[in-house]
Design a protein around this ligand. Structure first.
Ligand code: SIN
Length: 374
């Protein structure tokens, strides 16, 4: 970390963020926490293995719970990390949902501003042929799918006001609700309700600014995070930006749970990285999709759909966060009431360098940055 020099007026989180965001010369990654046995900062977690049957876990593409490796990190009570618990060939189904199904109407995405509902509802159809036939050598125009930055499901997060509204919701995807239920049961949160989801689509030059997820009205419920595709550095900080964050490596299939004292911690994603042991794709995605077993919960990913997903994931990462918005039996405040603490510019998703932010989406993608904008 010797190269991380504090600029005048810069907080400790931002200093580390800049350090890992840097491409030239590449940042030294030796201080990044890898979730593997024997790492002294990690404590293995006992999950509620009897809360979900092996069969129910299998229908979601998950290994039996007793085979999962889950960890607490020293100094972060309430933070849980589950190392890729997906069965071989099953992450593919979730990736397909993220690219083919969840971006469809009535869900909301960043491209809605630029196109009418009909075309926005069919990002997959407009992109799949080009993605499937793309040669890795050739630079070609970006498909609509590659221009996708975020999708919201359930209660739709409003990026401008940073709030959720009773009137602005669509059905929460049943398969993702089931996956969330399984993970929350395993982690000891039996009453968790998946009410809002934010999907972020990253490319190799993307980052996600320093922020706290506090717009939900209920902070006693955990926030679940699922990652697929290329790897990333995740920075987990404290309740203030003056606290230096811990850099952690996240790979495809990994799941994070932020709960209790960790639910409102500052965090960010400064860098997307290729998996150290992958060539184009990480090893867990280099196997064909498993289509031998049918599941009433999650649709299979056909070999031809996987060709499209594979081409997309060669330089992309997808993250889904799932949240409970309302407390048990709770409701939205009446119009005019503010809910939650008003976020300051400092706290917002796009507080990073926002003076240099592009105007492409007029604020709606400002939280996600690309290298050129630095
Ligand atoms: C988020 O904090 O909203 C997403 C984090 C991630 O992409 O891992």
């Amino acid at each position: 970390m010797s190269a991380a020099v504090l600029e005048q007026g810069e907080d400790a989180f931002r200093k580390i963020f800049r350090f890992y965001r840097r491409k030239n010369p590449p940042a030294d990654l030796s201080g990044v926490l890898e979730f593997r046995p024997g790492e002294s900062r990690l404590k293995p977690v006992e999950l509620r293995v009897s809360a979900v049957s092996d069969q129910d876990a299998g229908l979601l593409g998950l290994q039996p719970l007793h085979q999962w490796s889950a960890y607490h990190v020293d100094g972060y009570p309430g933070f849980l990390f589950i190392v890729n618990p997906f069965l071989p060939g099953w992450q593919h189904r979730w990736v397909r949902q993220c690219l083919k199904v969840y971006p469809r109407k009535p869900n909301v995405c960043n491209l809605d501003l630029h196109m009418n509902l009909d075309s926005a509802s069919d990002l997959w159809s407009s992109s799949h042929a080009q993605l499937r036939n793309r040669s890795s050598q050739k630079r070609s125009e970006k498909t609509l799918l590659e221009k996708l930055r975020w999708v919201t499901v359930g209660f739709h997060y409003n990026w401008e006001t940073k709030k959720y509204y009773r009137e602005h919701q669509s059905p929460f995807p049943v398969d993702l609700a089931e996956l969330s239920r399984c993970v929350s049961l395993a982690c000891g949160f039996p009453s968790f309700k998946a009410e809002a989801g934010i999907l972020n689509y990253y490319h190799m030059d993307s980052s996600l600014g320093i922020h706290v997820d506090e717009s939900e009205l209920d902070h006693s419920s955990p926030l679940l995070s699922f990652s697929f595709g290329q790897s990333s550095i995740f920075l987990l900080g404290g309740l203030s930006r003056e606290i230096a964050p811990t850099p952690m490596m996240m790979h495809s299939g990994d799941i994070m749970v932020m709960s209790g004292a960790s639910r409102l911690l500052y965090h960010a994603v400064p860098r997307i990285l290729r998996h150290p042991r992958g060539s184009a794709l990480p090893p867990c995605l280099s196997v064909p999709p498993c289509n031998n077993d049918s599941s009433p919960v999650i649709e299979p990913c056909s070999p031809s759909d996987w060709e499209v997903c594979k081409s997309y994931l060669q330089s992309s990462r997808i993250n889904m966060t799932v949240r409970q918005v309302l407390e048990e039996g709770g409701s939205f405040p009446e119009e005019g009431d503010t809910h939650g603490r008003e976020m300051t510019k400092e706290d917002s998703y796009y507080s990073e360098d926002n003076e240099t932010q592009g105007t492409e989406e007029q604020g709606l993608t400002k939280r996600m940055k690309t290298e050129e904008q630095d």
